[in-house]
Write a protein that binds this ligand. Structure first.
Ligand SMILES: C[S@@+](CC[C@H](N)C(=O)[O-])C[C@H]1O[C@@H](n2cnc3c(N)ncnc32)[C@H](O)[C@@H]1O
Length: 188
């Protein structure tokens, strides 16, 4: 399956994040931005059997891939087959009907935000989904360093937004890379 190998994360940062989720006994997990299902798969199968796992993605928009949906669906079916209560919501995480659907499946012990990467995207996702989360919210790409020549990836505003978000919460940072990835975690 593509989700086993196509993971948009630093391997060791993801391992550390998973260890935190296990330590605080996360039994319900929401992921905003799943692409091929890489992080959903690796995190999902590390949680206790029967855990509720919900992924939200709008395939083909920025940071996504047009051909991702069948792979993501295959991933969610595989997570289900492992004995988890896994569900996929296809849609824009900012839309009211998607937010309502997520709320109807919540609350969640943990949420991981890795969808749109502009200030508006991250702020909306954090505001909309931290309120249905009871333990912690992880935010991906806090270490991403902007390369002006890299136009495809130039609108990753997470590092700046993270500086604002973290002020209001008890938090910690998982940073193993110099110029990429990084997971900021706030206790909600
Ligand atoms: C960086 S990728 C996610 C990678 C995944 N978490 C992993 O580690 O393998 C970002 C994903 O967010 C999706 N996305 C971007 N903006 C979105 C939005 N407003 N609503 C839902 N999904 C969105 C993209 O289609 C893409 O699949």
């Amino acid at each position: 399956m593509k989700c086993e190998i196509a993971v948009s994360q630093s391997k060791t940062e993801l391992q550390e994040f998973i260890a935190v989720l296990q330590k605080v006994n996360v039994k319900s997990y929401l992921e905003i931005g799943c692409k091929f299902g890489g992080s959903l798969w690796h995190i999902g199968k590390s949680l206790p059997q029967g855990a509720r796992i919900v992924g939200v993605d709008l395939p083909g928009v920025e940071h996504g891939a047009k051909d991702a949906q069948p792979h993501l669906e295959e991933c969610v079916l595989a997570v289900k087959a492992k004995g988890y209560d896994a569900q996929l919501i296809i849609g824009n995480s900012h839309d009211g009907d998607v937010i309502e659907k997520v709320y109807s499946l919540g609350p969640f012990d943990a949420c991981f935000i890795d969808g749109g990467h502009t200030e508006a995207d991250i702020t909306q996702d954090f505001n909309n989904y931290s309120v249905c989360t009871t333990k912690l919210v992880g935010i991906h790409d806090i270490s991403y360093l902007r390369f002006p020549e890299d136009k495809k990836r130039s609108n990753i505003e997470v590092p700046r937004v993270w500086q604002q978000i973290k002020k209001g919460f008890r938090h910690f940072e998982i940073r193993h890379e110099k110029k990429d990835c990084g997971i900021g975690v706030v206790w909600v």
